[in-house]
Design a binder for this molecule. Structure first.
Ligand SMILES: [Zn+2]
Length: 294
């Protein structure tokens, strides 16, 4: 497998070149900028990508950087394009430690088989060939530390934000934040499995931290990733609130909330309309509880 391109992203840190889009046959699922960190006597990989082939190309690229073993593989959340690349690292000896939050580990155990089938149908059997399921240990608990060599990561686990469980790793010494699916860049975020309120709260918290670089579904500074992702979600809430107050309903939500201001982002169609539907139901539920009719 030819190595994929790794872009330097600060001292001892690289991100894989990936397509800024959702998984599709045209991009072979190569949409996750997997993070590679040289951590003392070993290598940390965060979100090793969508399948065995990508994982092997990532491993080949790591081999060109360093002979040190891959010791740790982190799965930030249970979306298949982020985790099925585990398969490429499971055969290594010594075997790396695979870790995730308890909720992510449980979700992967429950549904990775179905997610693998789904991704195979989406991307093609050839692309997913040989990809097996490698489950992480439920070792990353909210509020704890995770040591990789000399790097002491703070672990924060957000329930119901971008997904049912989103793990964030933060290295205070370098200001590096591994944000998983919480941060996008110039791409409409995917709320399909998330909570608007939970995601907004997570991003508001992260924006209060001393972060210099963010590696997630989008890569860059906080101002390029965390802040615009939050701006999109805040605009979604404000526009839905306005439409709700003027008597709109879920059936014409997409027309009432066109997403002006974000039409130039990638993935607007169909993702924005789907986000509106999802967020509308969440907000309608909240409005009805706060001010029951009659
Ligand atoms: Zn995701």
């Amino acid at each position: 497998m030819p190595p994929l391109a790794l872009r330097p992203f600060g001292p001892g840190t690289w991100v894989a070149e990936a397509v800024n889009a959702e998984p599709a046959r045209a991009n072979a699922g190569a949409v996750v900028p997997s993070l590679v960190v040289l951590a003392g006597d070993g290598v940390l990989v965060v979100d090793p990508g969508p399948h065995l082939r990508w994982g092997r190309r990532l491993l080949a690229a790591i081999r060109r950087l360093t002979p040190l073993p891959v010791r740790w593989v982190v799965n930030t959340h249970a979306h298949p394009e982020h985790v099925l690349g585990n398969a490429a690292f499971a055969a290594l000896r010594p075997r790396p430690v695979f870790v995730a939050s308890p909720q992510t580990a449980a979700l992967m155990r429950a549904r990775c088989a179905a997610c693998l089938d789904h991704l195979r149908a989406l991307l093609g059997a050839g692309t997913l060939a040989g990809t097996g399921i490698v489950l992480p240990a439920p070792a990353l608990r909210d509020g704890t530390r995770f040591a990789t060599g000399a790097i002491d990561w703070r672990v924060r686990v957000f329930a119901d934000a971008h997904s049912p469980s989103d793990t964030v790793l933060y290295a205070p010494a370098s200001g590096l934040l591994c944000a998983g699916g919480l941060a996008t860049r110039q791409r409409v975020p995917d709320l399909r499995e998330g909570s608007l309120a939970g995601w907004q709260a997570a991003l508001r918290e992260l924006l209060g931290w001393e972060v210099r670089r963010v590696a997630g579904a989008g890569v860059g500074t906080p101002a390029q990733t965390l802040a615009p992702t939050l701006a999109y979600l805040d605009a979604l809430e404000a526009d839905i609130a306005r439409a709700w107050r003027s008597g709109g309903d879920a059936a014409d939500a997409a027309r009432a909330v066109p997403g002006d201001g974000f039409r130039h982002w990638r993935g607007v169609s169909p993702r924005h309309a789907l986000n509106v539907q999802r967020a509308w139901l969440e907000l309608e539920d909240r409005y009805l509880r706060e001010a029951p009719p009659g």
